[in-house]
Design a protein around this ligand. Structure first.
Ligand code: PHE
Length: 379
């Protein structure tokens, strides 16, 4: 009798292992982002930050005795690949929650799938305001472009004292279009004039015709809400055309590759972002030191946001009664004053984090810290 039940027990176990039931001794977390393509540093940096957070929590024994197991997929910076990636993470890897993506167009494409399947998604870095409006399972740990556009418009208007600005945007990127809109709205509201709005497509390599039109309008600065690969090329071509005014941008500039591509053409330009390793905050310095020991490089905004997104998720997992999407979601929503390396994170009713931005100036392929801008009453 004993033996029989033992054999039955074993075969049931065997069936369990063969079926698609997820393992229960680990917590399965998904991650998707651009590990290749022209925004590759976004995904790679985020992954490095997340890995550091995962190593730390697992070294402490994991969460409620279970180690974190990451499932990481490359979306190549393409929204349709992001859809494929999250679908696989949910249906095949059975992840409890998802971290990603960086570029807003990818996050916007993937978020409805997470929402429909009740799998909580935390974007470390997507700033397009619409993202978290997809539904109550979609969160971010960064500020939005409503704030970021305002920060750079005010900086141009009151610090640089500009009255006339041209805008050059990526017309198919949700991030670029949204940030351009927020900037233009604020700059005009503060009495500035937008002298020209020009567009390009990601992957373009020649921007001379748009820059020639802009040059004719004699702006005092050009706002370029794009990603680093195109921005680097635009900077070089602007200087070749004799355009000397500063170029201004947002967090999409935040990559060491920007300096490799743009070189000296970027001297005297400014951009806003989420983090600087130059901060004297002891928490930041400790993180920078640990990151350097692990990767032999300085963390950028994405490494830091990836680290914080993972930290917020782990805190929620610790507080969660079980691994159901509904329970994890509830705990992420409860995040208050989480002390991250990118600032204090409180998830508000719109599932956004209200945080400060930093403005950096570029000189000789390096950034200088100019200012931190704190949000007042902006969503
Ligand atoms: N905010 C950008 C977007 O939404 C992504 C980004 C964040 C890029 C931080 C660089 C640094 O697309």
């Amino acid at each position: 009798m004993h033996w029989k039940s033992f054999i039955i027990g074993l075969s049931l176990l065997g069936m369990g292992a063969c079926s698609y039931q997820p393992q229960t001794h680990v917590i399965r977390i998904g991650e998707y982002g651009s590990l290749t393509g022209s925004e590759a540093t976004f995904g790679i940096s985020t992954e490095e930050g997340i890995q550091l957070a995962v190593q730390k929590i697992n070294a402490q024994g994991g969460i409620h005795g279970k180690k974190i197991h990451m499932f990481v997929l490359d979306d190549q910076g393409q929204p349709q690949e992001a859809v494929i990636a999250v679908t696989k993470l949910i249906t095949e890897d059975h992840v409890a929650a998802i971290l990603g993506a960086v570029a807003s167009s990818e996050s916007l494409a993937a978020a409805p799938i997470c929402q429909r399947n009740h799998v909580p998604m935390i974007s470390p870095a997507s700033t397009n305001p619409q993202l978290t409006q997809v539904g109550n399972y979609i969160f971010r740990v960064c500020f939005t472009d409503t704030f970021q556009g305002r920060v750079m418009a005010d900086f141009a208007r009151y610090h640089l004292k500009d009255k006339r600005i041209a805008v050059l945007k990526d017309q198919r990127s949700a991030y670029s279009v949204g940030l351009a809109q927020a900037f233009i709205h604020r700059f005009k509201q503060e009495g500035g004039t937008i002298v020209s709005i020009q567009s390009y497509d990601a992957g373009d390599i020649d921007f001379k015709s748009q820059l020639t039109v802009i040059r004719q309008r004699k702006p005092q600065a050009i706002f370029i809400p794009g990603y680093y690969t195109e921005v680097g090329l635009i900077a070089r071509q602007a200087r070749q055309l004799g355009i000397k005014v500063p170029l201004l941008g947002g967090d999409g500039w935040d990559s060491s590759k920007l300096f490799q591509i743009g070189g000296r053409a970027l001297n005297g330009c400014y951009f806003s972002t989420h983090f600087t390793a130059l901060s004297q905050n002891p928490r930041v310095q400790k993180f920078v030191k640990e990151f350097k020991e692990q990767y032999h490089s300085t963390p950028d905004a994405l490494a830091s946001l990836g680290y914080d997104a993972a930290g917020v998720l782990f805190q929620a997992l610790k507080a969660s009664r079980n691994l159901s999407g509904a329970s994890i979601r509830k705990q992420i929503q409860h995040t208050r004053h989480y002390q991250g390396v990118t600032g204090s994170i409180t998830i508000n009713a719109h599932r956004n984090a209200i945080k400060s931005a930093v403005i950096l100036k570029i000189e000789n392929k390096k950034t200088l810290y100019i200012a931190s801008v704190y949000p007042k009453k902006i969503k």
